[in-house]
Write a protein that binds this ligand. Structure first.
Ligand code: NI
Length: 179
């Protein structure tokens, strides 16, 4: 059985709460989330997706999938995986692009989402140290996707009416899976 909450699970709609201090308990959750993410072959996972309400997400964006138009890595100095605790986006470019996104809570569904091309995010790492990251490309997109999760927002909220209608059957299936 999957330990990832699927669309329809109320845990996905909760707003995440700030982590007071980065304890061993928080680190254990982080490790569990990374394990679940890798098992599911995902590149990102937010705490809400495993039924936790704290402001934590993890990312492992493969460098080969994150290149700019010239073929160079978008984020050459970033080491994966990344652990974001109490993240806050403090800057976002006006320049946007639209690309398809998936989500482990919406199996087999890909949706076009418009996001800022670059973001600056402030957060605490696995050791509770303050960090600041300037992210571009797929990493910037993934950060914005996971920030949505912390705010109880989902891919569903980025779908057009037509897309929602197109996948009505799938949503019904998700609903059933939560019963
Ligand atoms: Ni997601």
């Amino acid at each position: 059985m999957s330990s990832i909450c699927i669309y329809g699970n109320p845990a996905l709609r909760k707003t995440a709460e700030c982590v007071g201090s980065v304890t061993n308990e928080v680190r254990a959750l982080v490790d569990r989330m990374l394990k679940i993410m890798y098992t599911a072959d995902g590149i990102g996972l937010a705490a809400g997706q495993v039924g936790e309400t704290c402001a934590v997400f993890v990312l492992d964006v493969p460098a080969e999938a994150d290149k700019n138009d010239d073929g160079f890595p978008s984020n050459p100095s970033v080491t994966m995986p990344l652990v974001f605790i109490n993240p806050e986006v403090i800057g976002a470019s006006d320049e946007v692009d639209t690309k398809e996104e998936g989500c482990l809570s919406f199996p087999k569904l890909y949706v076009s989402v418009t996001r800022s091309k670059e973001v600056v995010v402030r957060f605490q790492d696995r050791n509770g140290n303050a960090q600041m990251l300037n992210a571009k490309g797929l990493l910037a997109r993934a950060i914005q996707h996971e920030m949505d999760h912390l705010n109880g927002l989902l891919l569903f909220d980025h779908m057009s009416k037509a897309t929602k209608m197109k996948h009505a059957l799938l949503f019904r299936k998700f609903k059933k899976a939560n019963k």
